[in-house]
Design a protein around this ligand. Structure first.
Ligand code: PMP
Length: 396
């Protein structure tokens, strides 16, 4: 390709995206405390955030992060294995291991990097990866990077996965990867059944607890804790960026697993370590999650209230979600964008999610509730949604 062709195909591609209603533009937000944000001078109730436990603005996190900032500066200056791993990284690793009840833990620059690195380190040519069709892009990309055979299955058709596993031949490893909570649907993966299959077929089971850490389980360790299968899962990946209100990814596990990951995962080895202040804040998040289970209870109570109201309005076609992620599937990207714009005008920010993030024909509002949201916020939101849906129906 000559350099003169370059801009033309980029322009063509942009045109294609615009025509399909799939062009993504960006805006600048100012996060505010208590589930609010500022956008273009307007204060909005933020129903698009993954800060499920309202920790990102917590003064205790800010205070400890400030101590670490003053002590060690902003960036960590090098990858962890060179000279970037500070006392705060070591403390967070230990704190995560204690929280998860494991020997040790390892940190990654992001949840994306953790999934990409872990899956591509486990699998290689000759292995077979089974990936749920709703899995996050980072698990899909990690699977592709691995160069292994790649098969897509549906968590709601495990019979088909079993038949595929029956057919798997050769010496290669079998690896099943899944989100524990599917990020755009709020649906739980059937972890018990997946553990059964993994045990029956001697497969590795890798689960991504991104949207479950802090949110599910008696102590907030995730869906594997909730379903009592933690010891049956080969590798559990978590993020610090959602329920913990900070940034980064992690795996907690046995000493051998963690030593192996330190030695084999390229997204860890070849990337600068997390900022020390972020590690300090995440330590405090874990303390709060442990000491204040009422945050989780509040989160689930508010989520169930909103879900039930949406069910009453027949707006949840497939009522299989649970927890704070609530998808209202509007199918058409244009309708989705229009309703999201109305909601914004009425003071609410919700995610308007279109393909390729979700399959064609399933554009949706992705509503995410946090423990900061009050019943009055949700009542007002429902009224605004009713109005907008009625207005859109009339305009057709
Ligand atoms: N896994 C899932 C299921 C996610 O939704 C996300 C973030 N959208 C990630 C992993 C990546 O995590 P992070 O944002 O920390 O990179």
């Amino acid at each position: 390709m000559s350099s003169s062709e370059f801009p033309e195909w980029i322009e063509d591609d942009l045109q294609k995206l615009r025509k399909a209603g799939l062009f993504r533009s960006r805006r600048t937000f100012k996060p505010l405390p208590d589930g609010r944000c500022l956008l273009e001078g307007q204060e909005l109730v933020n129903l698009s955030s993954n800060d499920y436990l309202n920790l990102a603005h917590d003064p205790r996190l800010i205070s400890l992060a400030t101590t670490a900032l003053q002590e060690m500066g902003v960036g960590s200056r090098a990858s962890a294995l060179v000279s970037g791993r500070t006392e705060w990284h070591a403390r967070l690793e230990q704190r995560l291991a204690d929280f998860e009840g494991t020997d040790a833990a390892i940190l990654f620059p992001s949840g994306y990097a953790a999934n990409l690195g872990v899956v591509s380190a486990i699998a290689r040519e000759g292995d077979t990866i089974y990936c749920d069709r709703l899995n996050h892009a980072s698990l899909v990309d990690g699977s592709r990077l691995a160069g292994a055979k790649f098969r897509v299955y549906r968590h709601d058709h495990l019979g088909k996965l079993k038949r595929e596993l029956d057919k798997t031949t050769g010496d290669g490893k079998t690896i099943i990867v899944t989100d524990s909570i599917f990020s755009m649907d709020g649906i739980r993966a059937p972890l018990g059944e997946l553990c059964n299959l993994a045990e029956q077929y001697q497969a590795c089971l890798v689960i991504d607890e991104a949207h479950a850490t802090g949110v599910w389980g008696a102590t907030g360790r995730g869906l594997a804790e909730e379903l009592n299968v933690e010891s049956r899962v080969t590798i559990r990946v978590g993020t610090l960026s959602k329920g913990l209100g900070t940034m980064g990814g992690f795996v907690a596990g046995s000493n051998s697993l963690i030593e192996w990951l330190w030695n084999r995962v390229r997204t860890q080895i070849y990337s600068t370590a997390l900022p020390p202040a972020i590690c300090a804040a995440a330590c405090e998040s874990l303390n709060i999650i442990t000491a204040e289970p009422e945050r989780r209870q509040q989160l689930h109570a508010q989520s169930e209230f909103l879900r039930q109201e949406l069910v009453n309005r027949s707006l949840l076609a497939d009522n299989t979600s649970s927890g704070p992620i609530i998808p209202v599937i509007l199918k058409d990207p244009e309708r989705t964008m229009s309703i999201a714009a109305d909601l914004q005008a009425a003071g609410f920010l919700v995610g308007a999610i279109r393909p390729p993030t979700v399959p064609q024909g399933t554009s949706r509002l992705r509503i995410s509730v946090t423990s900061a949201h009050q019943r009055a916020d949700l009542d007002r939101f429902l009224k605004a949604l009713d109005c907008s849906l009625a207005r859109f129906a009339k305009s057709r």
